[in-house]
Design a protein around this ligand. Structure first.
Ligand SMILES: CC(C)(COP(=O)(O)OP(=O)(O)OC[C@H]1O[C@@H](n2cnc3c(N)ncnc32)[C@H](O)[C@@H]1OP(=O)(O)O)[C@@H](O)C(=O)NCCC(=O)NCCS
Length: 158
């Protein structure tokens, strides 16, 4: 049985984020980035890994495979101002459907509450049934439609 660890993303994770991206399906990458994205460039990975725990928060779920620590899920939010934060998740295909998304989004909501965030927003493509189910599962409500994606928002209790 694999042991899963959940920990903050650090600057040393850029390479692991590139690998996570490469090991996800084309569909998962599209649903995450709302665009075809065959590769995560080093500069993009460095940006995603450079979180400060205040304005940008990210959690990694990791396992050890072949003696190497690998990131199997990335869950994050960026503060947008006005008390809003936007969250996004990417879970490696072989790790989906086991409650990891729900666990990570729950942790993000707790971290957001601790930072005084009032609303966590999720920008979801309408065909993304899994993410829509997950958003509803954590109590998110529809908050808008931009012509392409649906916004869901979770109000964080004060
Ligand atoms: C969307 C995603 C984060 C969900 O993560 P996950 O670990 O598979 O989700 P969970 O196992 O925690 O399931 C959460 C809910 O979604 C439901 N769900 C999961 N996959 C589903 C699917 N393919 N269709 C419909 N519902 C689904 C589960 O039944 C569960 O609902 P329940 O609690 O009412 O039973 C993951 O599939 C993923 O990374 N997808 C690709 C990237 C992406 O879409 N990111 C979101 C951008 S905002």
């Amino acid at each position: 049985m694999q042991t899963l660890e959940i920990r903050p993303v650090t600057a040393a994770d850029a390479g692991r984020l590139v690998e996570l991206h490469a090991r996800c399906s084309e569909e998962a990458r599209y649903l995450r980035f709302h665009a075809a994205k065959p590769r995560l460039r080093a500069v993009e990975a460095e940006y995603l890994a450079a979180v400060d725990g205040r304005g940008r928060v990210a959690l990694a779920a990791t396992v050890v495979e072949d003696g190497e620590e690998r990131i199997v899920a990335d869950a994050r939010f960026d503060l947008l101002g006005d008390g809003d934060a936007e969250a996004a998740l990417l879970i490696r295909d072989d790790m989906t459907g086991q409650g990891l998304g729900r666990l990570l989004l729950g942790r993000l909501l707790e971290l957001a509450a601790g930072l005084g965030v009032r609303r966590v927003v999720l920008d979801i493509l309408p065909e993304n049934r899994a993410m829509l189910a997950l958003a509803r599962r954590v109590g998110a409500e529809p908050a808008g439609f931009d012509g392409r994606s649906v916004l869901y928002a979770v109000d964080i209790p004060r």
